[in-house]
Design a protein. Structure first.
Length: 72
């Protein structure tokens, strides 16, 4: 079983991963708001690669739908 210090040691990596995802998301939200979902999804996946983060398909789909319809 993991202890608290294991989680504390992992937190900087987790925070960096989240920051990379947020940068990719912000980039695509700015450039692709209102565009078709498939286009937004592909752009988001490519932005994730540029920022060094793998974005799960389900997460990319949900974010693309929300960017496309302007709710994100």
């Amino acid at each position: 079983m993991a202890n608290v210090s294991d989680y504390e040691k992992a937190m900087p990596r987790v925070q960096e991963h989240v920051a990379r995802y947020e940068r990719a998301l912000a980039e695509i939200r700015t450039t692709h708001a209102g565009r078709p979902v498939p286009e937004v999804r592909e752009a988001l996946l490519a932005a994730g690669e540029r920022h060094g983060v793998r974005i799960a398909n389900e997460v990319a789909q949900d974010a693309a739908e929300r960017i496309s319809d302007g709710t994100l």
